[in-house]
Design a protein around this ligand. Structure first.
Ligand code: SF4
Length: 259
């Protein structure tokens, strides 16, 4: 069983390959995982291994924890490039996500006005108006799309809703009018006897069509970096990621590659 659970509401700052010096925000239980996906590469582990009855932190506790941390970091002179909502699962499942984003914007403006606010989300809940509105307020609205082929999404990301549909997700992406960053994990291997590979030509062609339709302002391309709950997975070489990035840029969309 592998896991990197975050045991606090506010953690770090940690160095992020993609985001710089990042202060992490965990709106999920400190001793378990809560996500509407169950990705075979999730650094927090599989949902079933980390179930918990612990309640989510409420808005007031999140605000107080963030303010305390920002005051402390400011006193120490520690720089922060970004405040990142990620943590032990999907941040937008928190019922007060929208209010917490509003509080975070106020505190960021007060203590670290140059820091960006990022949200890493699987995009499953972006159809809820409050979640959508909150995501439009942050600097980096980073939404996942690991494949444009439904069977591959079911194999890699394992959304818990039978209703999940790529078409629906692309329609949601379009509503942001380019004000989002698409994030895609490329990987190879196997899971429960099935081949996992979202780097085949069929996969990349379908995914590029989805990228074109969704029209993000940027695409973040990356591969495995840490231990994954499915052990039969391998990192995609950086050269291959760069080649995919060049195909994104040929569409006129910025691509960033983290090997
Ligand atoms: S969406 Fe993120 S938190 Fe949820 S299972 Fe996938 S990698 Fe883990």
């Amino acid at each position: 069983m592998s896991t990197i659970l975050f045991h606090e509401i506010v953690f770090g700052p940690i160095h992020s390959r993609r985001l710089g010096s990042s202060l992490g925000m965990n709106l999920l239980p400190y001793d378990g995982k809560l996500c509407s996906f169950d990705c075979i590469y999730c650094e927090c582990g599989y949902n079933e291994d980390f179930r918990t009855k612990t309640r989510l932190p409420d808005r007031e506790n999140v605000r107080a924890a963030l303010e305390d941390k920002l005051i402390q970091l400011q006193k120490e002179g520690t720089p922060i490039d970004v405040i990142t909502f990620a943590g032990n699962g999907e941040p937008t499942v928190h019922p007060q996500f929208a209010e917490i984003i509003d509080d975070t914007i106020v505190l960021r403006d007060k203590y670290y006005p140059n820091a960006k606010i990022s949200v890493l989300s699987n995009a499953m809940h972006a159809g809820k108006q409050k979640v959508f509105d909150a995501l439009t307020k942050v600097d980096n609205n980073i939404l996942k799309l690991d494949s444009a082929i439904p069977d591959t999404v079911r194999l890699i990301d394992r959304p818990n809703s039978p209703e999940y549909s790529i078409e629906k997700q692309i329609e949601l992406f379009k509503r942001f009018n380019g004000n989002f960053i698409m994030q895609t994990m490329f990987l190879k291997g196997s899971h429960k006897g099935k081949i996992v590979d979202n780097t085949t030509e069929e996969e990349i062609s379908a995914w590029l069509e989805a990228v074109k339709a969704a029209n993000p302002r940027e695409v973040m391309i990356y591969s495995i970096d840490r231990e994954t709950p499915e052990k039969n997975l391998e990192k995609v070489p950086v050269e291959k990621l760069k080649e995919i990035g060049r195909r994104v840029e040929a569409l006129g969309i910025k691509a960033s590659v983290a090997g």
